[in-house]
Design a protein around this ligand. Structure first.
Ligand code: ADP
Ligand code: GLC
Length: 489
């Protein structure tokens, strides 16, 4: 099959969160199964400045109509592996910037124009380069207008852009919602600004358009696929998703088991495996040294690596001062994001400087040392479409403490609920739930034999992409052979 992926992040070129990890691994696995894979990304500054980009070849220039303007851009091609090409859509005004979406605590005010330009450039390139994709697979709101624009292109020109399209929702909380006036930037017929199309409570919603116009919609864990059909988690789109329910699928994310492998990871201090855990203890000592926190092998260390947003339940952690003061534990946080959450964490650290360490950087190396060196990994998310760190933790022999939401439910089994198979501690998404989980983890920490067994069990689990890549492939085949129920212009 010829499969085109469109996303706004992909390792190793650009990453702000889990989407990048998922894209990097998914496309590599699909290509290694013999399919021709083309990926589209915006040509961000970090990509333009990367070593990899030096090998890119300019394909063509484009003139894209965005509202009243005709905006020029360029498309480059970069060969990443056999069967795997990256197409980079460049326009310096939009993408030669420090951040992909906006400076630290806010979005760029022209994100509507930036991603409309990107989506239109993708469709134009698919036509110009005669790509004729079997599957056009888009990810999240930044690319959700691609299926809309491609249907319109097909209706207007009679040229097929792709046989079928898919939209994967990695996080329904981000929908690409813009003021009504942004609609004119799409140049779509006025009928598209309607309740059955892009209109959403008087605004424009890119993701909503993608849900209606894609042949299939997927999300990243079975439990999240159920949750988003309900008002509590549907973020206002539950009605739209219920209407497309027959075409809504769930494929659980995998992890890149080669990259996230404690036996091969060169970013950590000492490599280790389930058979020889000596290296894990060395990473713990290194982690304590790096953070300047006192402690030894008998001091329970809790790690967290996360975007600092409401989603991640950081405020539940802020309320654990009494647990942290009463117990001889350490808390190490690596996170970037909301200012108010940074401030809250700083306050906690000031009250307990000998127990809490904070870094507000984006730091890949430190994130791996935390995974390897911590005893427990905290993910008290309010909601979590899938989550990757709980899988990385299990692979690194670190016990995940997770809430009973989204993909966390699909990937972590509670040690009390199933003592034969449990690999983590699962709790309710609130302050009391986290407190209970923390106390349970201390009890487990005292029982060294059980702790060891649970760590090993986690390390033995297979979260690799092998399974998910085949599931996507099967879904592509199914969608290709079935009738389309998507909206048509
Ligand atoms: P989300 O995509 O919602 O942020 P995931 O758990 O799917 O959550 O993926 C987050 C990814 O981003 C993980 O690979 C995690 O290690 C990484 N990450 C998040 N914050 C940081 C940070 N400050 N430094 C390094 N890596 C980070
Ligand atoms: C999103 C979600 C996260 C998921 C990731 C990759 O960022 O918040 O739960 O793991 O996408 O699909």
């Amino acid at each position: 099959m010829k499969i085109v992926h469109v996303s706004s992040e992909q390792v190793p070129l650009i990453k702000t969160g889990g989407l990048a990890d998922v894209m990097g691994a998914l496309v590599r696995h699909t290509a290694s199964r013999g399919h021709d894979v083309i990926c589209f990304l915006p040509l961000y500054r970090v990509i333009q400045e990367s070593e990899a980009f030096k090998k890119a070849q300019k394909l063509h220039s484009l003139a894209i109509t965005v509202g009243d303007e005709s905006l020029v851009g360029e498309v480059y091609r970069l060969k990443l592996a056999k069967h795997l090409d990256i197409y980079l859509v460049g326009r310096d005004e939009f993408f030669d910037r420090t951040f992909p979406y906006g400076p630290k605590h806010r979005d760029y005010s022209d994100n509507d124009a930036r991603f409309i330009f990107f989506c239109k450039a993708v469709v134009d390139t698919l036509v110009l380069e005669n790509i004729h994709a079997d599957i056009l697979h888009c990810h999240d709101w930044q690319t959700a207008l691609v299926p809309v624009f491609s249907r319109v292109e097909e209706a207007q020109t009679g040229i097929q852009v792709s046989a079928r399209s898919l939209l994967t929702i990695h996080n329904l909380a981000f929908q690409g919602i813009f003021p009504e006036k942004s609609f004119q930037l799409t140049n779509l017929p006025a009928s598209f600004y309607g309740i059955d199309s892009l209109e959403f409570y008087g605004q424009v919603n890119f993701l909503k358009g993608g849900i209606f116009f894609s042949d299939a919609i997927t999300t990243v864990s079975p439990n999240y696929a159920k949750e988003i059909l309900l008002p509590e988690n549907g973020c206002g789109l539950e009605g739209v998703l219920v209407r497309r329910q027959d075409d809504l699928y769930a494929i659980l994310n995998g992890i890149d088991a080669d990259s996230w492998n404690p036996l091969k990871d060169t970013l950590i201090v000492a490599q280790y495996s389930a058979r020889n855990m000596k290296g894990k203890a060395e990473n713990k000592i290194e982690l304590l040294k790096m953070t300047g926190l006192a402690g030894d092998k008998d001091t329970p260390v809790f790690g967290i690596v996360t975007r600092l947003t409401d989603q991640k339940g950081i405020d539940f952690i802020l309320k654990q001062k009494s647990f942290l003061s009463k117990n001889e534990v350490r808390l190490i946080v690596l996170g970037k994001g909301d200012l108010k959450l940074e401030q809250g964490l700083k306050k906690l650290q000031k009250q307990l400087p000998e127990k809490v360490y904070l870094s507000f950087e984006y730091d890949e190396v430190f994130s791996r040392v935390i995974e390897a060196g911590s005893d427990f990994f905290l993910m008290p998310s309010r909601f979590e479409p899938c989550g990757l760190n709980q899988m990385y933790s299990q692979r690194y022999g670190t016990i995940p403490l997770v809430t009973c939401v989204g993909g966390l439910v699909d990937t972590v089994i509670d040690i009390d609920e199933n003592s034969e198979e449990g690999t983590g501690i699962v709790f309710e998404p609130n302050e009391a739930g986290l407190k209970k989980g923390l106390h349970r983890s201390l009890k487990l920490f005292e029982d060294k034999a059980r702790l060891k067994a649970i760590r090993k069990r986690g390390m033995a689990r297979d979260f690799s992409w092998k399974i998910a890549a085949i599931e996507y492939e099967d879904l592509y085949k199914q969608v290709l052979s079935g009738e389309s129920q998507a909206h048509n212009p």
